[in-house]
Design a protein around this ligand. Sequence first.
Ligand SMILES: *Cc1c(COP(=O)(O)O)cnc(C)c1O
Length: 393
Amino acid sequence: MKANLHRTCWLEISLDNIKGNFRKIQEMVGEKITVMPAVKANAYGHGVIMACKALQEAGAKVIAVGNIDEAIKLREAGITIQIVVFASNLVEEEVAKLYVEYKLTPTVMYPFQAENISKAASEEVGIFVKIETGRGRLGINAEECADAIREMVSYRNIRVDGIYSHMAYAGWDESKKSYPMWQYDRFKKALDQLESYGIHIPFAQLVNTPGSIAYPDIRLTGACPGRGIWGYSPLERREGHPDLQPALLAWKSRLLIVKDVVGGKLGPNFEAIRLDSPKKIGILAGGVSDGIGRGQVKGGTVLIRGKRVPICSPMSLEHMTVDLTGCPEAQPGDEVVIMGRQGDDEITQEELMERWGSTIPYFWTAIPEHLERIYYENDAEVAVARGYEVEML
Ligand SMILES: *Cc1c(COP(=O)(O)O)cnc(C)c1O
């Protein structure tokens, strides 16, 4: 391994798969539709800086982040494409100055926010407007948005580049299409009203990953895939589905120590017990504060020297204890696979999600940014991220 890791618990991520997934989704929706990858929550846990570098290289023209701090870090890291910030602040006057300074695109939901941007701007600034069409969440209600947008564009230097909405889960098959169609109709009426006011917005987006796959006719002019970019889709078993590949290849650690103990929290219910004869255990880096679900203790295993080794003591904040009775050859420094392949065996993300009781959001969205992430391209390590700092290798 080229990367000089500071901790011994890390993620392995494929930049080729991130790029490939973007290109496959772009191909599926066609050139006329702008694909705006959702990179919120530190790129769904994949590390926002390197993920966005890959997406920019793959041809993305616009990306959508979750908060302005990540957006600023992206600008500082050399991302030059349009960066939309999802609704996460009130675009108050001081924050409005940051959007202008770093050439970021705010999500606006009230005319006063456009006014704040206008006050901070000395040249034209593009904004995105979020509208609510049926998710029951953020955005201006579709029926009111045309009048609100008319007021927004009345402020000096304000241009509306995009309008977007979020889908409610709708089952994703034709028989359940009436709900997304209702969302689409509300959106379409708002766009028609805007056109009647002489306001044309180039980017209009309703569909997310499953929406853009299941309902080609409601794509409007934009698509905003999140999960699909990272290689996951609830519809992946469908015929004609793009062949998406997981960006997260593996989650690994190393044994910090291997030893025999004669007592500990090693009882059947993890109560403290004294043992009649010594027991071989190993401790590895990686615990609850690293994003590993507490459910890992319920029958959870890791791979060491190609063998499944069980967790045998309660999860610690930064460590896990494993029973090495069946793997006496283990040595300190041995690689441990928490998720991924080793030898002939594999621990899949589905297995972990079931054990940890996570559905959507997938567990990787909860992996904190302090875990080092190693990036691979063409089978070679190219970068390691520590927090938002990236070291190119
Ligand atoms: C996160 C997000 C998406 C992406 O959703 P996926 O289901 O992960 O594809 C799309 N649109 C908006 C507004 C979002 O916030």
